[in-house]
Design a protein around this ligand. Structure first.
Ligand code: NAG
Ligand code: NAG
Ligand code: NAG
Ligand code: NAG
Length: 449
């Protein structure tokens, strides 16, 4: 009975959610309007980072391999996210030197952002689990060729060490005496670091200009995870876009991630309360003072079809001290649960689907796609909000199409494994609304590509 109610709500979402099409034009990749804030898969058609040998529309299998390949690098991302919440964890002692051709390890979606006056276009990675923004600047050591040139922007200002905001930056590298630009050194993605100058300039997103935006102007990078044209932090800490834009966006943004079905698709980012879905189904966002940028939610249970899977409540509990709990993240490909939760989910899923089961890449529960009709929905129960995952957000198919796999996996067990991460594949074609002013997260169905 309850299950029917959930389904009914789900279909209400389907019918009620407005879906302005932010479709990527298949012939060219210019934005359709000035206000366009497309969210593009980093290896999608309209991304400058898509390899030269772009998959043709017919070669759906090579796109799928891209996705599977990216998912195989999730453990590094999850280990990085976990390390952010664990205190006193030793830093990696050495990092490899970057090559501009390196495949990205973090950051799956990019947006067109412009910096400076006149505005210079950068394809920046969206990262909901980081606050700060940074871009490679001209003269940067180890960066790829597209950089921001501060010396041709009339609105660019470099901060110096005496400015109050300089003390807010992590990894500060100011000399103890004398005057200097506000330099800082930060690690990113688990294997990389960069050295930057805290700077200010105008940031243009669609039609909006955020004046005097603070970001890191990168002078040097090492490691393979630094997004080549910079990063836009959408976290909730003090230097993030939401914090810096003050009342301009009222602490609200949403994104809709494109479907994984095709590399042609793109989604959209919406900043501010206007045009957000009307649905008021929300769940509280939880604050972790040790890691203010992460978006923790209160996941209270998981069901497979009508069966709630047995999970000891303490395994799902939020604990700011250990970092335990569940976050929603824009940079992890498939949802990862800590091992006891994942095995309980997988076992119940296997109970209800017809085997035999095999493995494919990160996925350990693959079965004949002909049995897909009887696949039960997976339901994430958040406090105050049940998310019935659409089937495309539950399964991924092998390149031949003959196998369907449960598109979730276990969190890496080699780190302090306490963090569950709700990832991209499970968020596709849903509008995820982050309302930091009211500390809540909304989810509404939307066909966003
Ligand atoms: C800006 O700086 C870059 C790198 O330092 C240099 O190549 C370029 O000529 C400079 N442009 C102007 C207009 O000064
Ligand atoms: C930044 O970090 C790197 C690597 O740890 C180090 O070699 C470099 O000296 C640091 N730079 C500054 C200015 O502190
Ligand atoms: C949520 O929506 C329902 C039905 O539209 C309405 O009755 C209710 O007052 C709303 N609740 C809030 C908190 O806005
Ligand atoms: C999560 O939700 C459950 C059920 O409503 C509640 O008992 C618990 O206190 C919530 N946890 C947090 C950290 O708010």
């Amino acid at each position: 009975m309850e299950y029917l109610t959930i389904l009914a709500l789900f279909f209400t979402f389907l019918l009620s959610s407005a879906s302005p099409k932010a479709a990527a034009n298949q012939d060219h990749c210019e934005p359709s309007s000035k206000s366009d804030l497309s969210v593009i898969h980093i290896y999608g058609k309209c991304s400058p980072f898509t390899p030269q040998n772009k998959p043709s529309p017919a070669a759906a299998s090579s796109w799928l391999n891209t996705v599977i390949n990216m998912a195989s690098r999730d453990p590094q991302r999850v280990a990085y996210l976990s390390s952010l919440v664990v205190q006193n964890k030793p830093k990696p002692t050495s990092v490899p030197i970057a090559s501009a051709q390196n495949v990205l390890n973090s950051g799956n979606y990019i947006v067109r952002a412009k910096i400076g006056t006149p505005a210079q276009l950068m394809f920046m990675v969206l990262d909901t689990s980081n606050d700060v923004a940074w871009v490679p600047c001209s003269g940067c050591t180890g960066c790829s060729s597209t950089t921001f040139s501060p010396n041709i922007s009339t609105s660019y200002v470099a901060s110096d060490c005496s400015s109050p905001e300089c003390t807010q930056v992590r990894g500060l590298s100011c000399p103890t005496t004398g005057t200097s630009e506000c330099f800082f050194n930060q690690s990113y993605g688990g294997d990389s670091s960069f050295f930057a100058t805290l700077s200010h300039d105008s940031l243009t997103l669609g039609n909006d200009v955020v004046p005097n935006y603070a970001f890191g102007c990168i002078n040097a990078v090492s490691g393979g995870s630094i997004p080549p044209q910079g990063l836009l932090g959408l976290g909730r800490g003090p230097l993030s876009l939401l914090s810096q834009s003050g009342s301009f966006y009222s602490g609200v943004f949403s994104y809709c991630l494109p479907s994984f079905k095709s590399y042609y698709f793109s989604g959209s980012l919406k900043l501010g309360p206007l045009g957000q879905p009307k649905s008021n189904k929300t769940t509280p966002l939880l604050k972790n003072p040790h890691r203010p940028s992460l978006y923790y939610v209160n996941l209270t249970g998981i069901s497979v079809g009508k069966i709630p899977i047995p999970i000891a409540p303490e395994l799902l509990a939020f604990d700011p001290n250990t970092g335990a709990g569940t976050i929603i993240d824009s940079g992890t490909v498939i949802t990862r649960f800590i091992p006891p939760i994942y095995s309980a989910l997988r076992d119940e899923f296997r109970n209800q689907v017809k085997g035999p089961f095999s493995s494919l890449g990160a996925f350990d529960t693959c079965f004949a796609a002909t049995n897909e009709d009887i696949t039960p929905p997976v339901i994430f129960h958040f406090e105050g909000l049940d998310l019935v995952l659409p089937m495309e957000n539950t399964l991924i198919h092998s390149s031949s199409g003959s196998l369907a796999c449960l598109a979730m996996a276990t969190a890496p067990n080699n780190v302090n494994s306490v963090l569950n991460v709700i990832a991209n594949l499970q968020q596709q074609n849903l509008r995820i609304l982050f309302d930091t002013a009211n500390s809540r997260l909304g989810i509404a169905r939307e066909l966003c590509n």
